[in-house]
Design a protein around this ligand. Structure first.
Ligand SMILES: [Zn+2]
Length: 330
């Protein structure tokens, strides 16, 4: 029996919904904080034909991935979240963009603004509001190590430079719509030995932050694809060891480090649950485990939050026009 997985340290509302209540093309901002809780409350909020902006999760930590959905509009929306442009693509009955919050982002409100037309050719309506960015509470670990671990030897610097180039190439895939049709799943079920965001202080100096989730595993046990996609790296790297990276479309990638064996080839199409490799301790590690990384919109984000994102919420029930969208000011 696998050990129970680590529980999350905080509980965030599942989604934040912003609806344009005013008729016509007039721009209107609605700040819904505190955010609307619970998926159960989500369905009645969906009002047929009315522009609606939904963020999942409804409150997020720096380092969390985010799913931004727009419904009730005719053309591809444009918008920003905390100043970063959002890249939308058609999805279900509307459009979505996948992004995240940079780990260094300060807590507090982050503004989100999306403009889209309700009818093709019309003046765009603007949906805007604030996302609550909450304290991440990333733990800090003090490590005392000898100098050679802080500064890699000159002999491997060229190899590490080649690795960085290979990662940059792998993460430069053309932007496409998602290649998956279900939510993400754990690449293996076991104890989490280090969550995303752990701060590592080497000899009293903040040296690095952990941009993945470490999952325990015996050497040789299987590692599977978290979702459907295309293998864009199958390579032995100096620090990451034997590595597989899967591109899932939508600017989203998952990576699998320190494998003892790689079982897929670059360019291969993989399905969720398909074996990518075996747990190992290749690269710069102290013991066998899987380092599972998630990258979206150019940022490393927390895979545990990705697993909680519902990309396929239930379809919108028809609601008579003129009903309250549920977000009317109290
Ligand atoms: Zn790790």
């Amino acid at each position: 029996m696998p050990a129970p997985l680590a529980r999350r340290k905080y509980s965030a509302p599942t989604c934040l919904v912003l609806a344009l209540l005013a008729a016509g093309a007039e721009a209107q901002a609605i700040d819904t904080s505190p955010a609307v809780p619970a998926p159960a409350a989500q369905a009645p909020l969906m009002t047929a034909g009315r522009p609606l902006l939904t963020l999942r999760p409804g409150a997020a930590r720096p380092g969390d991935p985010l799913l931004v959905e727009v419904r009730g509009v005719a053309e591809l929306p444009q918008g920003t979240l905390a100043g970063r442009p959002l890249r939308f693509f058609p999805w279900g009955e509307g459009f979505i963009a996948l992004t995240g919050l940079p780990v260094e982002m300060p807590v507090g409100p982050a503004s989100v603004t999306v403009a889209a037309t309700r009818t093709a050719g019309e003046v765009p309506v603007v949906l805007s509001g604030n996302l609550d960015v909450v304290e991440p509470g990333y733990p800090s670990r003090e490590l005392k190590v000898s100098g050679k671990y802080v500064e890699p030897p000159a002999s491997v610097k060229a190899r590490m430079a080649a690795d960085r180039k290979a990662f940059a190439v792998a993460f430069a895939q053309p932007f496409t719509a998602p290649l998956f049709s279900r939510n993400f799943a754990w690449p293996r079920q076991d104890r989490i030995t280090a969550p995303f965001g752990d701060k590592r202080t080497f000899n009293g100096k903040l040296s690095s932050q952990h941009f993945g989730v470490d999952i325990d595993g015996d050497p040789g046990t299987p590692v599977s694809a978290a979702n459907d996609g295309t293998v864009v790296m199958a390579r032995d790297n100096y620090s990451a060891g034997r590595t597989v990276i899967v591109h899932h479309g939508g600017g989203l990638y998952t990576s699998y480090f320190h494998l003892s064996r790689i079982l897929v080839k670059q360019g291969a199409k993989v399905k969720q649950g398909e074996r990518l490799g075996l747990v190992g301790s290749t690269g710069r590690v102290t013991g066998p485990h899987l380092h599972w990384g998630v990258k979206v919109d150019g940022m490393w984000v927390d895979g545990e939050t990705l697993l909680e994102l519902d990309f396929f919420p239930p379809s919108t029930p028809a609601v008579a026009s003129g009903d309250s969208a549920g977000l009317a000011a109290p």
